[in-house]
Design a protein. Structure first.
Length: 132
């Protein structure tokens, strides 16, 4: 009886390890040396064929947590303004490819945003690169 109880606890422990979450990575280096013609390059994003919008940041709204939405508004050289929803899984990088936070992007910075459009008409940023 004691052996069966020990085996049951051992199986429960091993199965709990299978469902354990890994610690998030704090800094991710994005390889920008592969960029040749596009201002923003990410092989995963390019495979899905997202749209790219390049311009000057009008405003940045940083959410407090994963529940509160973050947003960035960008104006291109023609004066067209687009707003983008920024989620916790949006990749944001500096000119050198180093991962940065959305709060490090300021008004009047030049950025390139790769995004997808929802059926309802909203835009979700997938990849944001600080250009200047």
């Amino acid at each position: 009886m004691r052996k069966m109880l020990f085996v049951l606890f051992a199986v429960a422990f091993v199965s709990s390890l299978c469902f354990a979450k890994q610690a998030p990575v704090s800094k991710v280096k994005v390889n920008v040396k592969t960029v040749k013609s596009a201002p923003v390059s990410n092989p995963v994003v390019e495979a899905v064929k997202y749209k790219t919008f390049t311009g000057i940041v009008d405003f940045v709204l940083v959410g407090v947590d994963r529940v509160t939405s973050s947003e960035i508004a960008v104006v291109d050289e023609k004066g067209q303004k687009s707003n983008f929803l920024v989620k916790h899984n949006t990749i944001i990088s500096a000119k050198d490819g180093e991962a940065i936070n959305l709060s490090e992007i300021k008004k009047d910075n030049k950025v390139a945003v790769q995004y997808k459009t929802y059926a309802g008409g909203g835009n979700k940023a997938v990849y944001i690169k600080l250009l200047e």
